[in-house]
Structure formats: structure tokens, C-alpha cells
Design a protein. Structure first.
Length: 461
């Protein structure tokens, strides 16, 4: 007789542990005030459950630590680089592989090669540093998410898709020659960690080829996206994740990656492409600001850890656990009457703060207010994806509201257990009882670029 188990367990066991940062409510009140109500300013030892980001916060495996210990730290031509290069070539099919210290370095270098005033970067959704780097190069960043992506209640399977009708319309209006690049972020981090379908990626690729627009994939979470394709597109239901990944990359001209996500690494990334002319220019830029072409600002041990992690992340047992554990958090929050972006994403759950805190005016940062309350109530750190992160400055010192007010609970890979997730759900349940008393915030000081990292705020009187 065959047994079938309903529950998904962690496909690993814990070998090393570190203590959590327990604090009292009174201590957190003081800490939050001293941090000017910006969670980026809080010391990590004062955080109990850290869901600020899934970037660089993963637990590395014994295989990764073994690779770190045997790494080659030569300045030029290190064995670790060639391990890194061959792994990425095998996975992506691209010949030009450029190491960088993290994803935003890849963005900066790429846009310095192809950007310029009067040009456009188009995407399903640019994330914060991608948009900032595109605009710093002189380009205008334009997003074309599908319409259902902004309907947070809908259970559509691929809300990370690009609206190809609006994309082609934009091409005809502005001219293909003025569009420097199309970037598909898979999964779509800005809009709930939602996946992009292979069907959509094929259509975007067809349009880009037709109009001769370079297509790059922001592939920080490529394996999670591939697993969603396997789950939700019938044509790919029996294909191995590795094959789906290869097909994804085959549709584009290049990719950029923060290896701090799906490669489980604590630092690092890469820029990969087919165009050897662009690659040559990019490497000159790399040498100027990051390091020599075979280390790109990374130690040999980082290069080896990334190479191992890129293979580990395509383990389908791990991916099943990853997606199911995120669903578990989403289901728990919904049962606690917390409005979230539906369906649950791959790397985190996004709470709809606009709906949860309707009494807080848009100009008073409902999502950031919820982030602060979450820390105050339970020592949990999350991040705002709303007016503070994506609002536009009007030139008079005021921030204009963005399209969404979300709180992202990004889940570090292989770090927290089910009891930690249950605690997060419990804290939200308590906040839900008190939500009418949560106050909004106002800005004391904020820079015009990447405001959310360093802004200072205070509660409304």
C-alpha cells in the first residue's frame, strides 16, 4: 500500500543556529523612535523575525560552505571564477558572463552601456533600484503590468505578466529606436512576487525581435518563476524545472541577477548576455568601479557559493517546499482577516495596507505605518512598497502617492521554521483587533532618490 502525505516538510535539517533578538514593547517603542520610524535604521539584533528582504539573508548549505573553504582567492583568473562562469553559461546559454557584487551593480553597468537621455526602459515592473539606475542614466522607466495585477483580490495565475497590447502600442507611439531595453522581472517583485508565464515571455520576446528591442530578464528569482510555470501552465506540467529555465533564458538577449535571492548567496550577482560588443564595454566599466573581470568585486569564495547555489535552487523538492510555505503564511493571514495580494507570491506575502488601514490618509503612509506597528507589536521587520518607495516628488518637497500601498513580508530562504511563521500570523491577528488606533506618519527628512532607505519620519500628532 502506498501512503500519500498532505503536509510539506522542510527538505533540509538545521546544523547551525543563531539567537533571535528578543525585546520588550517598551524597548521597541524607544528603538522605533530613535530610528525615525524607518525600519532600515534598526539594528538587526533588535529584530525578532526579519522579513525586510529575502536578499542576501538565506541560509547557505554545507555544499556552499565547503566550496567557500576550497575557493581560489587569486586576483586574476581564479579557479572560482571559471566555476562561476561555466555554471551560469550552462544554465542561461549566454556566452558573456560578468560578475558583480550585487544586482544593482549589474543594473548600473548595463544602463551605462545602453541608456541615455530621451530613451526608455520598459518592463512588466521595474523594482526600486532598477528604476533608479535606469533614471540615473537619463532614461525614462515605464511599466506595463497586466490589468489584473492591480486587482489584489483576483486569483489570476500569472499576474506578473507584461501587458503586450499596451507595450506594442507604446512602441508605435514612441518609436522602437527610442526604447533601449525591455526588462522582464521574473518573478514580479513590485506586484506581489507574482510569476510570469512562458506564454507571456514568448509574446514579449516576439515583439522585441520584431521591433529589434533588446530583451533582458531580471532573473533574481528565476527558479521560483520556473516552478510556477510548471505548476500553472499545462504544457510544462511534466517538464523538469531545469528545462523550463533554459527555455526562459533562450527567449531573451541577456539577464541580470542579484545572486542574493535564488542562488542563496549572501552577496554577489552577474550580468550575462549574447552581445559581445556590449559585454566588452560593460567589462571596462566593471574594472573602473567593481573590480577585475574575473572577480567583479567579489571574493573567490562568493563566486563558488553562487555557483553551487544556482544548481541547488533548481531542486524541485526545495521549490515545492518554498512555494507551499509561502502559501501557508498567506492562508494564515487571510484567515486572520488580513487583506493580501492574491494569490500568494513566491518569495513573500504582500499585505494591502490601503485596504487594511483605510482611515489613514494616502499622504500619511499607511503601508509604512503598518510596518512600524508590526515591529512595535511583535519585533517583526518588514518593508513598505508604496508611497515612500515609489511615490514621485513634485519639485516642491512633496511626495505624490504611488499606485499601491503594500507591506512586503519577504521570506528568507531556509531560515525560519513553521513556528516562526505561526508567530507572524499571531502578531497580525492582534494588530487586526487594534488597527483603528494605528496612526499615520509624516516625513521629517527625505532624499529624492530611493527615499525609503534613508527617510526620517514621525507619527502624526
Amino acid at each position: 500500500m502506498k501512503y500519500k502525505w498532505r503536509n510539506i516538510i522542510e527538505p533540509f535539517k538545521i546544523k547551525t543556529v543563531e539567537p533571535l533578538g528578543f525585546t520588550t514593547y517598551e524597548e521597541r517603542e524607544k528603538i522605533l523612535k530613535e530610528a525615525f520610524y524607518n525600519l532600515f535604521n534598526i539594528r538587526a539584533e533588535h529584530v525578532l523575525i526579519d522579513l525586510l528582504t529575502d536578499s542576501g539573508t538565506s541560509a547557505m548549505s554545507v555544499a556552499q560552505w565547503s566550496a567557500i573553504m576550497s575557493a581560489d582567492e587569486s586576483y586574476a583568473g581564479a579557479r572560482s571564477y571559471y566555476h562561476f562562469e561555466s555554471t551560469i553559461k550552462e544554465i542561461t546559454g549566454y556566452e558573456e558572463i560578468i560578475p558583480v557584487h550585487q544586482g544593482r551593480a549589474a543594473e548600473r553597468i548595463l544602463f551605462s552601456v545602453i541608456g541615455g537621455k530621451g530613451k526608455y526602459s520598459v518592463s512588466n515592473s521595474h523594482f526600486d533600484t532598477t528604476r533608479a539606475n535606469a533614471e540615473a542614466s537619463g532614461m525614462v522607466a515605464v511599466d506595463f503590468p497586466v490589468k489584473e495585477a492591480m486587482d489584489f483580490e483576483t486569483e489570476a495565475p500569472f499576474k506578473g505578466n507584461m501587458d503586450t497590447y499596451e507595450f506594442e502600442k507604446f512602441i508605435k507611439e514612441r518609436g522602437a529606436e527610442n526604447i533601449s531595453i525591455c526588462i522582464i522581472t521574473a518573478t514580479n517583485n513590485t506586484l506581489g512576487g507574482q510569476p510570469v508565464s512562458m506564454k507571456n515571455l514568448k509574446e514579449v520576446s516576439r515583439l522585441c525581435k520584431t521591433y529589434k528591442i533588446p530583451l533582458f530578464i531580471d532573473c533574481a528569482r528565476f527558479a521560483e518563476n520556473a516552478y510556477f510555470i510548471r505548476l500553472r501552465e499545462e504544457e510544462y506540467s511534466k517538464k523538469p524545472v531545469k528545462e523550463i529555465v533554459k527555455q526562459m533564458f533562450s527567449l531573451a538577449d541577456g539577464a541580470m541577477m542579484s545572486a542574493k535571492k535564488d542562488a542563496f548567496a549572501n552577496i554577489g550577482g552577474f550580468l550575462a548576455m549574447k552581445n559581445d560588443g556590449w559585454a566588452q564595454t560593460a567589462r571596462q566599466n566593471l574594472i573602473l568601479t567593481e573590480g577585475f573581470r574575473t572577480y567583479g568585486g567579489l571574493a573567490g569564495r562568493d563566486l563558488d557559493a553562487i555557483a553551487v547555489g544556482l544548481k541547488e535552487v533548481m531542486d524541485e523538492r526545495y521549490l515545492e517546499y518554498r512555494i507551499k510555505s509561502t502559501e501557508y503564511l498567506g492562508r494564515g493571514l487571510k484567515n486572520a482577516r488580513i487583506p493580501i495580494v492574491n494569490p500568494p507570491g513566491g518569495h513573500g506575502i504582500y499585505v494591502n495596507a490601503r485596504k487594511f488601514l483605510p482611515h489613514i490618509n494616502e499622504n500619511n503612509f499607511p503601508a509604512q505605518s503598518l510596518v512600524c506597528e508590526l515591529y512595535l507589536a511583535g519585533g517583526i521587520r518588514a518593508v513598505e512598497i508604496g508611497m515612500l518607495m515609489f511615490g514621485k516628488w513634485d519639485g516642491k518637497g512633496n511626495i505624490l502617492p504611488g499606485e499601491m500601498e503594500l507591506v512586503r513580508l519577504a521570506i528568507p530562504r531556509r531560515v525560519y521554521t513553521q513556528s516562526h511563521v505561526d508567530y507572524v500570523i499571531e502578531v497580525f491577528s492582534e494588530i487586526e483587533k487594534n488597527r483603528g488606533n494605528i496612526k499615520g506618519l509624516e516625513v521629517i527628512e527625505a532624499p529624492p532618490v530611493l527615499t525609503h532607505f534613508t527617510a526620517k519620519l514621525k507619527p502624526l500628532d
